[in-house]
Design a protein around this ligand. Sequence first.
Ligand code: C5P
Length: 246
Amino acid sequence: MPMRERLWVALDVETLKDAEGLLERLAGLPERIGAKIGSQLFTAAGPAAVETVLKRGFSVFLDLKFHDIPNTVAGAVREATRAGVTMLNVHAAGGTAMMRAAAEAATKAATDFGVARPICIGVTVLTSLDRKGLAEIGVTGNVEAHVLRLADLAREAGLDGCVASPQEIGLLRRALGPKWLIVTPGIRMEAAAVGGAGGLGEDQVRIATPSAAIRAGADAIVVGRPITAAPDPHAAAAAILREIAR
Ligand code: C5P
């Protein structure tokens, strides 16, 4: 299943009003983009956040990283499908049975509610975890090997793709082939990406520019602060779209 939206803007804001302000400024871009609703906005505003984004003509990536017993995750995926999200994610560490339950729930709910089946992707290893952090929770060996292992399981379980940091794109693309969807956060514009005076998001360690991520094999990118904290979010998003179109 190819993905139409190549740019997802992370709505990491405190209130629905803040999100609406951003969406207003992002209206009228030359191609359809999506908005990513994560735990912050969803916890603050609930399903109204999804409705609001859809009403304004953007697709929704529901980034709640479900991780629970299969029956509960299936229920959550069913509700996300009913709400009309285009993409959602689950933690691959939840295991094969959980991921399979998610994929199957998406298919069944789409039929039941007469909506498109959402793209279901897996989160492999959080980019905030390094080798030491993984060892602490009992996973020994290198991070890349664990990422690959989880992505492989995700595919076997019927998921459509995974989230991948810029450094993991090539590895995953080679191992999982052209149809596997790869969605990449950690995007910074040129100056910031080369360590210049970007001034944004210095908590992101593994970063790439939009074009470098797409060139490396990402299907879509997730961009937060380079757009949402820009003086002109519309211009920032338009510049990113132009860059990835080239
Ligand atoms: O502001 P910035 O561009 O860093 O935002 C990136 C977005 O992508 C945030 O919503 C963050 O939660 C999300 N994300 C990430 N790294 C991951 C997975 C998701 O930065 N590995």
